[in-house]
Write a protein that binds this ligand. Structure first.
Ligand SMILES: Cc1cc2nc3c(=O)[nH]c(=O)nc-3n(C[C@H](O)[C@H](O)[C@H](O)COP(=O)(O)OP(=O)(O)OC[C@H]3O[C@@H](n4cnc5c(N)ncnc54)[C@H](O)[C@@H]3O)c2cc1C
Length: 653
């Protein structure tokens, strides 16, 4: 173990799933020393985290990896003609029971999605975050299992095991992030309170290769629900799913099973007949890649941290993939937390800022767990519309009713239409994805604004607002070259941003007087951020001379809807807002002090250029290279001397 007061890294992250990988990527981007340990020799062995929603993609855009995600993802226009059918091949007339435009691709919703975000949705089966994190300096240790930790006032000491050699050793860090999934050992070690139920239902997934292009290319969708007569799919949803992984040659076939019957047969011989029935073509060539089972959980932690240890992702919210929220929420947990850790490590914020992580993300986790489970329950009306209970073959009888020209058929078709409409809350729920409202010590409420009134269904529709606690509204501005640039592009990127208008020069002058390395100002209407569409004008919900303070994660921390009464007042209000958001005691100067301890990520004051310079301790990049599969000695070798790197804030302004 390293000596007390000496750190192996600033932040140790356990796990390379979406939460851990985003944590590593964000910290590396912010110039903070981060080491990641993960149990296996590579990333997840099966495709998951497919649906990447607009907010998650906004996070990736902010971190500069949107293009990588786009390169590996199935594009938005191929995601959304979700089909409910008796088989994919559909050789018998009338077998396709319903078709639904999903993920915002429908003509009636696409405008909402385009207006709400600069990003589309994507379907991404591939890991791409860890590679980027490593390239930016995160140390990634595969085959390394977290076992336990202890913590004191200064540090966390984690015990890990090298799974290749069996050797156990300690890693000492300022903070520990447990992003170790639904069976989180970090959560167990911390005894974080978990409410809900694990293992509520179960599903079997088979990953396979088969060219199904001819059956789907005319109605492209990543999801197909199969109500095969006689297939007898158990479980809550009552249908099988054919899920495109690579259009249209790699797929997952999934169906529920009754846990009371024990584990199902996962041999290829057992699953192939069902898959053939779902496809509806007995001759199609199928290559089974793997078969896995997984359970439906409905549980969430009511606190995400204890002391210097923070948990993120499925570790703290455990729910089924329905609604496609898991990876998306995990990415956002980490994005919420990492700028806060970076600021505290640099000495720019007080440790009290970290309390806001639980306060802001626990309600989101609770909501997501409830929504994902509710999305499964809401297949019941679909089932009721295509099954007729009490018949020898309830599905065949139900489908016959759906085709009946008489009153029974009319009523059944109306029931099916209502059942499909209800599924908008799973498949076109832009609101659930983008409408988070944070309440915490890092948000200063606008007390004059009153309670927010939701103008439309808040699950389905985004309500953009500049109220503190909401995400900054996306509108297109025009940059210095005449190109469109989102309000999300001119804010974020690791810094606070004061946004005001041409009439708000006093705010801009106050920000300039404060001269904080982590604060920039955007004057909408000025060169580089013009508003010729007047979209910001419409969206800002304040006078042109008012101002908002946007946090590094794109959430609005504070708003002053009118002009300041002179520059001194602007200075005092802005200073006080920033100090409060960063957790400093009232009246403390928010300007960073030069600090002698290089390990504290001290800010160097001086010339404007050097004011951006920071020092952090970091392990050598070569340590990561030696820690790839086959790792013989990186962790066994004496710890490399803590390297003090001095560099400018690595993110472009
Ligand atoms: C079949 C399926 C489909 C899904 N589809 C979607 C979707 O469409 N959209 C969506 O948003 N979400 C989807 N999800 C959910 C999504 O995959 C999860 O929510 C997401 O992976 C959670 O990310 P995480 O980083 O919290 O945990 P995980 O991805 O579970 O990662 C946990 C990490 O911790 C590591 N680890 C665990 N224990 C230890 C230990 N003791 N020591 C070291 N390392 C450890 C693991 O190796 C792994 O790297 C799907 C999930 C499944 C199963």
């Amino acid at each position: 173990m390293s000596e007390r007061g000496d750190f192996d890294t600033d932040v140790l992250v356990v796990g390379t799933g979406p939460a851990g990988a985003t944590a590593a990527l964000a910290l590396a981007t912010y110039g903070v020393a981060v080491r990641v340990v993960t149990k296996w020799n590579w990333l997840a062995n099966s495709p998951r985290s497919h649906i990447t929603n607009q907010r998650a993609l906004e996070v990736l855009r902010d971190l500069g990896v949107e293009a990588d995600a786009t390169a590996v993802g199935t594009p938005w226009h191929l995601m959304g003609d979700t089909v409910f059918t008796t088989s994919l091949a559909g050789s018998l007339a009338g077998e396709e029971v319903a078709r639904m435009r999903t993920w915002g691709t429908g003509e009636n919703r696409i405008g909402d999605y385009l207006q709400g975000s600069p990003c589309p949705l994507l379907d991404i089966p591939q890991p791409y975050l860890v590679k980027n994190a490593a390239a930016r300096g995160a140390d990634i240790c595969f085959n390394t299992e977290y076992l336990s930790h202890t913590q004191d006032n200064e540090a966390v000491t984690s015990l890990v095991r090298d799974r290749l050699t069996g050797r156990k050793y300690h890693i000492r860090s300022r903070y520990l992030v447990g992003a170790d999934g639904a069976r989180s050992r970090v959560v167990d070690q911390l005894s974080l309170p978990i409410e809900g139920r694990m293992g509520r239902a179960a599903t079997l997934y088979t990953l396979f290769r088969a060219d199904l292009t001819e059956y789907v290319q005319h109605r492209p969708s990543v999801l197909h629900w199969i109500m095969a007569p006689g297939a007898g799919y158990g479980g809550e949803i009552g249908m099988g799913t054919l899920r495109a992984i690579r259009p249209w040659t790699q797929w997952i076939a999934g169906w529920g099973y009754d846990m009371a019957d024990g584990e199902p047969d996962t041999s290829a011989e057992a699953v192939l007949p069902k898959i053939r029935e779902m496809i509806g073509d007995p001759d199609v060539a199928i290559e089974v890649e793997n078969v896995t089972t997984w359970q439906i959980n409905q549980a969430h932690a009511t606190r995400y941290s204890s002391g210097r240890v923070f948990c993120a992702g499925d570790a703290v919210h455990r729910h089924p993939p329905s609604s496609g929220l898991g990876s998306n929420t995990s990415i956002q947990d980490s994005f919420n937390l990492m700028w806060k850790l970076a600021y505290v490590i640099r000495g720019w914020a007080a440790p009290a800022l970290l309390d806001s992580y639980s306060d802001e993300r626990v309600p989101v986790g609770m909501q997501v767990v409830a929504r994902a489970n509710q999305s499964r329950v809401e297949y019941r009306p679909v089932n009721e519309a295509f099954r007729t209970t009490g018949q020898a073959d309830p599905v065949a009888a139900g489908l016959a009713r759906l085709r009946d020209p008489g009153p029974d058929g009319v009523a059944t078709r109306e029931a099916m239409r209502c059942a499909i409409d209800l599924k908008n809350t799973e498949f076109n729920a832009q609101g659930i994805e983008l409408n988070q409202r944070y309440q915490s010590g890092a948000i200063i409420p606008d007390l004059d604004a009153g309670e927010e009134i939701w103008r439309r269904d808040k699950v389905l529709y985004l309500q953009a607002t500049t109220r503190p606690g909401a995400k900054v509204p996306h509108v297109w501005l025009i940059d210095g070259t005449g190109r469109r640039v989102s309000t999300l592009d001119v804010t974020g990127h690791g810094r606070f941003c004061l946004v005001t208008g041409l009439a708000g020069r006093t705010w801009a002058a106050a920000a300039s007087q404060l001269d904080l390395p982590y604060l920039r100002t955007v004057i909408v209407g000025a060169p580089g951020s013009r508003d010729p569409y007047f979209d910001w004008h419409r969206a800002r919900e304040m006078d042109e001379a008012g101002a908002i303070l946007v946090r590094p994660d794109g959430y609005i921390a504070w708003r002053h809807t009118t002009a300041a009464d002179g520059q001194q007042e602007a200075l005092e209000l802005l200073h006080s807002a920033i100090g409060s958001v960063l957790g400093w005691p009232s009246g403390r100067d928010v300007r960073p002090l030069a600090r002698p301890d290089p390990g504290q990520g001290a800010l160097r004051t001086g010339s404007p250029a050097s004011r951006l310079a920071v020092t952090t301790t970091s392990l050598s990049r070569s340590a990561w290279r030696r820690c790839l599969p086959g790792c013989a000695d990186c962790c066994a070798a004496p710890r490399p001397p803590a390297r003090t790197t001095t560099g400018s804030w690595p993110w472009p302004t």
